[in-house]
Design a protein around this ligand. Structure first.
Ligand SMILES: Cc1cc2nc3c(=O)[nH]c(=O)nc-3n(C[C@H](O)[C@H](O)[C@H](O)COP(=O)(O)OP(=O)(O)OC[C@H]3O[C@@H](n4cnc5c(N)ncnc54)[C@H](O)[C@@H]3O)c2cc1C
Ligand code: SF4
Length: 346
């Protein structure tokens, strides 16, 4: 812990988003970055708590106090090394993780102003790629072969870890490109696809093979492997059996989001296949993050107006006594897409 009083003197500073009038005209990343000096100041706010609740809350078991300290001391490479002990792809989580760590940060409890752990993570990962110290691992082979089915983040992470242990790994996916929902679900304005491509190049250089466009039948797994790791995600959408469901103009979120990402990647679709909100009054059913992504996408496509409805009652805006710290707080969340203009109803 480099600066023990920083949390008293330095306020939380988020990098924020690009201005709304500018960002709704494109699908580029909305979140901005701080300069490296401000980033270090943000890292210095970490109090290195005796019991690091951020570490407890992180599903990956990341060690935020350790990498904040390295970052504060300008040891960017050391920060990256600490981060990648537990996190294979900090450039993904640094952009799109809901940051459970920040909600359980002691500074969240004390002054409602946690350390900017997620943004710091993204900054560390970007510095690593920029400065050229993301080196493909060259593990000694152990003679065993493993097939990973599914190239979403779960499959990529399994492949990365198994490969590092010396297994010869082949990843199969029915889609043309790896990334799963990171590529075919999450909009580019949250996660630019170059960020995935850049990591895939590293994984390939480490010796991981990718067999894309291969639908694998779980009853008939590819031959020649010693073990199989199934990482096929949850591809079936949850439907609503309500009157009017069969009317025209009703789509699953991924019909729209996936198609938009594919169009941005250069694919084209026939007019009758297009799912596009241009000139439409859009109703988004579901108040979660996927719904929010549909709002941002509809606005960029040129919707006349967007309304989002949610079946659950509206939670409190800031503190919810039903989910006290250090739990994940069930509170009203306003995303960058909500800020871009939509009506919300519960
Ligand atoms: C719109 C949207 C926005 C999201 N935003 C966020 C966010 O901001 N932050 C966050 O943390 N999470 C977010 N998520 C959730 C996140 O994307 C998922 O939790 C994550 O992608 C799950 O990873 P996975 O690898 O288990 O599955 P997936 O990403 O679904 O990957 C599974 C892969 O398996 C392949 N596959 C399936 N069956 C077969 C088969 N038989 N043969 C070959 N290949 C097969 C699929 O093609 C796919 O590529 C979002 C999800 C959606 C839909
Ligand atoms: S941003 Fe997500 S992945 Fe990163 S430390 Fe926090 S909870 Fe863990």
């Amino acid at each position: 812990m480099g600066n023990p009083k920083a949390f008293l003197n330095i306020p939380r500073q988020e990098a924020g988003y690009r201005p709304i009038h500018e960002r709704i005209t494109d699908f580029s990343q909305v979140e901005q970055t701080l300069n490296s000096n401000d980033r270090k100041l943000q890292a210095s706010r970490c109090m290195d708590c005796g019991v690091a609740f951020c570490h407890w809350a992180c599903p990956l078991g990341n060690k935020p106090p350790e990498f904040q300290d390295a970052l504060f001391k300008s040891k960017w490479q050391e920060a990256y090394n600490i981060l990648t002990q537990t996190n294979d792809f900090p450039e993904f989580t640094g952009r799109i993780c809901p940051a459970l760590c920040e909600k359980s940060c002691v500074l969240k409890l004390a002054i409602d102003s946690p350390v900017t752990i997620r943004e710091n993570e993204a900054a560390i990962a970007e510095a690593a790629f920029r400065e050229g110290y993301v080196h493909p691992a060259q593990p000694e082979r152990n003679g065993h072969k493993i097939a990973v089915i599914g190239a979403g983040p779960a499959g990529l992470s399994a492949a990365c870890r198994l490969n590092a242990k010396g297994y010869e790994v082949t990843v199969f996916d029915r889609r043309p490109m790896p990334g799963g929902l990171l590529r075919y679900g999450i909009p580019n304005f949250k996660l630019p696809k170059e960020v995935i491509d850049r990591r895939i190049k590293v994984l390939e250089a480490e010796g991981i093979h990718f067999e894309m466009g291969m639908e694998v039948n779980p009853e008939q797994l590819p031959v020649g492997f010693d073990a199989y790791c199934l990482c096929t995600g949850t591809p079936t959408a949850r439907d609503l059996s309500i009157p009017g469901r069969d009317l025209k103009g009703i789509y699953f979120a991924l019909d729209m989001l996936s198609q938009q990402n594919r169009i941005l990647d250069g694919e084209s679709f026939a007019k009758d296949e297009l799912v596009n909100a241009k000139g439409k009054r859009v109703l988004v059913i579901g108040g979660g993050d996927t719904g929010s992504d549909c709002i941002g996408t509809s606005i960029r496509q040129g919707a006349v107006c967007v309304t989002q409805i949610e079946i659950m009652p509206q939670p409190p805006v800031s503190h919810n006594p039903a989910t006290p710290w250090p739990q994940w707080p069930v509170v009203m969340k306003t995303t960058s897409s909500h800020e871009e203009g939509c009506t919300r109803r519960s």
